[in-house]
Design a protein around this ligand. Sequence first.
Ligand code: AMP
Ligand code: MG
Length: 495
Amino acid sequence: MNAKLSVDFDNSFARLGERFYTRQLPEPVSAPGLIRINSALAIHLGFDPNWLESKTGLEFIAGNCIPAGADPLATVYAGHQFGNWNPLLGDGRAVLLGEVIAVDGLRFDIQLKGSGRTPYSRGGDGRAPLGPVLREYIVSEAMAALVVPTTRALAAVTTGENVMREGPLPGAVLARVAQSHIRFGTIQFFAASQDISALRFLAEHAIQRHYPEAAKTDNPVRAMLDGVVEHQASLIARWQLLGFIHGVMNTDNMLLSGETIDYGPCAFMDKYDPGTVFSSIDQGGRYSYRNQPHIAHWNLSVLAQALLPLLSGDRDRAISSAQAAIDAFPDLFLAAYQHGMRRKLGLTQSRADDEILIRDLLTLMQEEGTDFTLTFRRLSDLADPGHASNGGVELIFDLPVTFNPWLERWQQRLRNDPQDSETRQADMYVVNPVYIPRNHLLEEVISAAVTQQDFGPFHTLVDVLARPGKFDKNRARYAMPPRPGEVVKQTFCGT
Ligand code: AMP
Ligand code: MG
């Protein structure tokens, strides 16, 4: 066996010092079993996929053996959960092993999730059931394939042990990859404890890691805040354009890097309804589809508030600087959203009444309850009907006749756009995917794995979602909306 761990760990977060974390080894498990290795991501990060699949590799993912150079720790953070301040959170069921430098020179955290208790576990067991691990694997990798900034899944293993929830469930560990795990709540923790030197140290670390250009400006912290605002605006626009509902946009679930994190109760919409809420714990609809931009703005204002001591020595100046930074969000979001919507409709140029065209389409979709994803996919077919045979979904979906007057307006508008129809359609197929991780499919493959130890459906779904824009008629069922009996109305954090 010459397969071996081929990466060196670095631990820049560990070097920040022990105010920021507690050193914590993962708790070993009895019998690590392979679920899946993400070979392409492994290679990108410099891991040998054969080694990861070996017995030692599985022990590494399960947290049973710590590679040389890693420095496992649980980070501390705070956060607003459903608007309520929680002064002490932290990694309660995860440890950060360290960082690796990918082949493109970028630095990535390797975190084990479901790795046992930590000082931040409160009443929890620090473990993860198999279902939520599979869910996060599938949805985070689907998001990556949809070109949404996101944490990734490097690998998942079963533990050979049960975790107790309503009843016993098989346990699992997910190896999660992120540009970093620095949350809005990490900044909030040090602001709330008025440890300004730690706050400054953390901000400098985040600047170096995620916003190196900011370091060259007169006010690096302000420049970083501007960067975070921009990243969030474009991230939330991507979510809206795909019908993705995060479900738990607490400030501890927002990363400074601008990646999507925490795939607990998230879900993609089937029928278009902007009021959609899936999470069982979101009673008031705080994190509904239509609220996501407002919540992101609110979260940013909380972050800006926490950064006040670093923005200026003068309190009034700090406040006006913070205000200016977060005031940029609505326009940045709208610009990203409208640009994205125009692309979804095949428009390369912007015209004054495009907004009305978009609004009327969404109104129709809501009135008719059409499937969000397939509506845009069908429009892509209609953008060049002669060539749609390669991607057309007419076998499984068509627009109701009530769309005809709108379709005529849209066709008219397309004639005023310079792009030729073949290129237009190819571009539309890229931004209007045919495969998304629909809830009923997730439930189906998770149930097969959990109740019958059959991981085949999980693997097939991961493979299908890796190519979301290319329709394969043999895999049409993965593109179809749920039948009435299959509709999933609620999702659960599954912790
Ligand atoms: P989440 O709802 O996933 O954002 O988690 C909120 C907080 O609860 C975080 O501090 C988690 O680390 C902690 N937590 C969630 N599940 C568990 C668990 N099974 N054991 C210990 N801590 C947990
Ligand atoms: Mg979380």
